[in-house]
Ligand binder design. Sequence first.
Ligand SMILES: O=C(O)[C@H](O)[C@@H](O)[C@H](O)[C@H](O)COP(=O)(O)O
Length: 270
Amino acid sequence: MSLSPGDRAAAGLPDDRPTPQVVIEPDADRLARAVAEALVARLAAAQAVHGDASVVLTGGGIGIAVLEHVAGLVAEPVREKVDWTKVDVWWGDERFVPGDSAERNEGQARRALLDALDMPDFRVHAMPPSDGGFASPEEAADEYVAELREYAAEGADLPRFDVLLLGMGPEGHTASIFPGTPAVRDERSVLAVRDCPKPPPTRVSLGFGAINSAEEVWVLATGEAKAPAVARALAGADPAEIPVAGVRGTRATRWLLDGAAAAELPRAQG
Ligand SMILES: O=C(O)[C@H](O)[C@@H](O)[C@H](O)[C@H](O)COP(=O)(O)O
């Protein structure tokens, strides 16, 4: 019998998920290009098995750069094997600001890629904006819980996530789970986040339960400012202090780094 990671933890058993893999590209642009190619291949493979595919997007510089590179691949149809009408797009976190704000991860992703794809609206699962009919981030989080459930298999709360992309901050935050905040110990799949140290302060985020349900979790990091947190996370830091240390896919966890972000890893990893 195979136990879920949560059941294993409750039974005091060690985590049996695959060891994280580290991939290092020389610079941010080559990293974004390599991740874009890997993402297209992963989504095509998921469609070959399931008929459809799903990806969870992140905001942040490298997350959006990856989408721009995917848009470049889409423009080269010979290389592109994804049926974008059969890809569900979710978000790992979102800023609770008006829908037309430049701060929205959704808007950035639309401009970088989604607007260029022929995707049906029902496949694009943006987290609600502050002017979207939900008075608070708590209500917006509840709405996202309901949307996730609607796309889940019978009896489940979460749909299948084939790939979940995450950025990270220099202090180790990921999605909108920040060090030392209540979110690090919150079991719910979607969280309202207030007083976020990185502006804007009010956000909606997936929690660890939802993030770690993904088949593959890909952590993207570039630049020397991220190097200390990358090294601490991969050395097994407490997720309450370095939240990105707490992310794991059920089938794979990949740390996709540029040389600067990998600079403080021990030789065997870097
Ligand atoms: O809403 C956000 O701010 C992001 O989702 C956040 O988690 C981001 O991915 C990291 O802060 C990395 O951002 P950079 O790649 O821009 O450093």
